[in-house]
Design a protein around this ligand. Structure first.
Ligand code: GLY
Ligand code: MN
Ligand code: MN
Length: 442
């Protein structure tokens, strides 16, 4: 079966799951109906150019159409969902195409020329989820972005439907095409900017279509966790490339990081060590696992790597206890992934809401939940030479256990991060990223 046929075949069950989840959430919160807004274009200050449109992820979850600002979805328990699709009359810009394809059979589709024309399709007292808009006070909404309702929908979103997983496999394949082109450009001596262009061309995205801004860093730039300042100039010496770049398919993201060394040696060994420990962590992605356990395991394994590479002088346990591993690994092991790169609900305690904060000393861990079948997470251990954090360690005494000569040798390489996207299934982890790399090598 052609892959688009596969997606079409999976989509009705996806919508049925959303209908079911939404009905339960509405009932639990005493809400009669739900209206979801896609969002609106926003304009630059004193300008008639808009920022790139980003669809409300609640809308995107239901509607696989790109770029539908000013549209609404109306969900009433027991009725077919109604897609009120905004298609303006406009000869300055290309209006969004009217919904077409087999997926539209899951909805009653109504075309409107103005967003305000959707008003007549809104049931009185419905809850609204989306960004606020002018005039909405007259639409009769019973509540706007009610937290108890959103909590239930966010909670359910962590476990993906088969359709969503199929979309994420497609996104992974596109991201891998970009990564393969990027590493070829790196090996050919390209600048960060040229590598960025090679990435975009291979995965077929515009910059605005990326799920997050590309992080493409040569040399010490790899020590800046969210480095997006791609340079046109080529560095005099080429040591390393860290590329954290994703792609999306029907709104579902992949989030992939690879680090490449320009030559064999200590940094290439560090990458190999990180790759091995990253795979060990991916193997922990199973239903029933409390995600912070994976984060703490990452600290232990990175501590061992720091010892074996001669970067620190104490034991891995001592490094974890004193916070020395956090000098080199100062971010969380990963996060929920889906419609948003950092998908919402990572700290949620239950479907009914509440917060589970990260463990003490690990404030940047974005996910504290227990994995379920279908939960998709990233696993992204890293080890960096960050001046700011190294200076703090030197000042507070942790630096006694750092081999500064080794740090000086490795600092020009910036750092290493390896990131895969993994599904927890009862049959074991499904590594979307490694599978996509393996398929593209075949
Ligand atoms: N690309 C952002 C992240 O890995 O979380
Ligand atoms: Mn990530
Ligand atoms: Mn990433």
């Amino acid at each position: 079966m052609h892959t688009d046929d596969t997606l079409d075949a999976l989509f009705p069950a996806h919508v049925a799951a959303l209908v079911d989840r939404t009905a339960r959430a509405l009932e639990a919160t005493g809400t009669s109906a739900l209206v979801i807004g896609s969002g609106f274009l926003h304009y630059r200050f004193l300008d008639d150019h808009s920022y790139p449109f980003t669809t409300n992820p609640h809308f995107r979850e239901w509607v696989p159409a790109d770029d539908a600002p000013g549209s609404f979805l109306v969900i009433r328990p027991g009725a077919r969902p109604v897609l009120v699709f905004h298609q303006p009359e406009d000869y300055w810009h290309k209006p969004p195409a009217a919904p077409s394809g087999r997926w539209t059979a899951c909805f009653d589709v109504v075309l409107v020329r103005e967003p305000r024309d959707a008003r007549e399709h809104v049931p009185a007292g419905a809850a609204f989820i989306g960004e606020r808009f002018n005039g909405m006070d007259d639409w009769g909404f019973g509540a706007v972005n009610p937290q108890p309702l959103m909590d239930r929908l966010h909670w359910d979103r962590a476990a993906k439907t088969p359709y969503e997983l199929a979309c994420m496999r497609r996104a992974s394949a596109a991201g891998v095409r970009g990564h393969r082109a990027a590493v070829a450009a790196f090996r050919a001596g390209a600048s960060e900017y040229e590598i960025h262009l090679a990435y975009l061309a291979a995965c077929g995205h515009t910059e605005a279509g990326l799920p997050y801004p590309n992080i493409i860093a040569l040399n010490e730039g790899a020590a800046i966790l969210h480095y997006t300042d791609v340079q046109h100039t080529k560095p005099a010496a080429r040591h390393s490339m860290l590329i954290d770049a994703g792609a999306q398919f029907r709104g579902y993201a992949c989030d992939i990081t690879r680090t490449h060394a320009a030559r064999d040696g200590a940094f290439a060994e560090l990458i190999a060590g990180m790759d091995a420990l990253e795979l060990a962590l991916c193997a922990m992605v199973r239903p029933g696992v409390h995600y912070p356990e994976i984060h703490l395991a990452a600290h232990r394994l990175i501590g061992e790597l720091l010892v074996s590479q001669g970067i620190i002088l104490c034991s891995a346990e001592a490094a974890l206890e004193t916070g020395l591993t956090s000098v080199f690994f100062p971010h969380g092991i990963g996060h929920l992934l889906g419609l948003q790169v950092h998908d919402i609900g990572g700290h949620q305690a239950a479907a009914s809401g509440g917060t589970m904060p990260p463990p003490a000393g690990h404030p940047f861990l974005r996910l504290t939940r227990t994995l379920e079948p279908g939960t998709v997470v990233t696993i992204e251990p890293g080890l960096y030479f960050i001046d700011l954090l190294l200076a703090k360690a030197r000042a507070d005494g942790r630096g006694r256990n750092i081999d500064w000569a080794k740090v000086a040798e490795l600092a020009p390489y910036g750092g290493v991060r390896i990131e895969d996207d993994v599904v927890a299934t009862s049959a074991g982890p499904e590594n979307l990223t490694r599978d996509a790399f393996a398929a593209s090598a075949a």
